[in-house]
Design a protein around this ligand. Structure first.
Ligand SMILES: [Zn+2]
Length: 235
């Protein structure tokens, strides 16, 4: 295969490559993870100077030849620039980029994950929404996209409905467990369980409503436990 493709892409990572070039890792909606060379972008007057910066997203034209992609054009649509002025929000955003890289594969469309990444970064950069809440929402939706969301409507061990039994939370067993299956698991309030059940399917903007829910910090903590146990990533 040789030729050009156009993709919607977010820069996850960059690395210096030769004197004036960079190698970038992109999350693209159309083809999942893509590695590409950006030639000359470390020269001061390069048109592609922004195209290789982490957090930059836009329409990328890539040329494929000799077994590799090269960026030929880029129309930047956002760079989430306010993140650079807040070290906590920048650190959180950088963790998301790393998780996106670790969970993405090449040659597989990733429309849902790409949309999630842009929505989460928009909230992180352009609102004052609590970072822990945004991270919980990002992770809950990401786990669902990956097909490994915590079970929240029934006991992950015996299958008993959550409506019939008091539920606890055991990340290693897959989510909620009834008290007879795991009496030593962590407690889980009704409200936090409902958040784990509903939020993964809700639009990202429902974080605004979730912010007023008294049980979101508990749900966020359980999500963190779950991600640590189930995904081999640093959160
Ligand atoms: Zn059970």
């Amino acid at each position: 295969m040789t030729g050009s493709i156009n993709v919607s892409a977010l820069v996850l990572r960059h690395a210096a490559y030769r004197d004036y070039d960079r190698m970038i890792t992109l999350l693209t909606a159309e083809r999942g993870k893509v590695e590409a060379v950006v030639r000359g972008c470390r020269r001061p007057k390069s048109e592609l100077i922004n195209a290789a910066e982490p957090f930059v997203c836009g329409q990328y034209q890539l040329y494929f030849a000799h077994e590799r992609f090269t960026v030929t054009q880029c129309r930047v649509t956002d760079g989430f620039y306010p993140l650079r002025q807040d070290i906590d929000r920048l650190t959180q955003g950088a963790k998301w980029l790393r998780i996106l890289e670790q969970t993405s594969v090449e040659d597989e469309p990733a429309h849902e994950k790409f949309d999630l990444a842009l929505q989460a970064l928009s909230y992180l950069a352009y609102t004052q929404t609590d970072i822990r809440l945004l991270n919980a929402m990002f992770l809950m939706k990401l786990l669902k996209i990956e097909g490994i969301a915590p079970i929240a409507d029934r006991c992950a061990v015996c299958g008993k409905s959550a409506l019939e039994a008091e539920m606890r939370f055991d990340a290693l067993r897959g989510g909620c467990v009834c008290s007879s299956c795991a009496s030593n698991a962590r407690t889980l309030s009704y409200g936090a369980r409902r958040i784990l059940l509903k939020a993964p399917n809700a639009p990202f903007k429902s974080v605004e409503m979730l912010a007023t829910h008294p049980d979101w910090p508990e749900a966020a903590q359980r999500v963190n436990d779950f991600v640590r146990a189930r995904l081999n990533v640093d959160i």
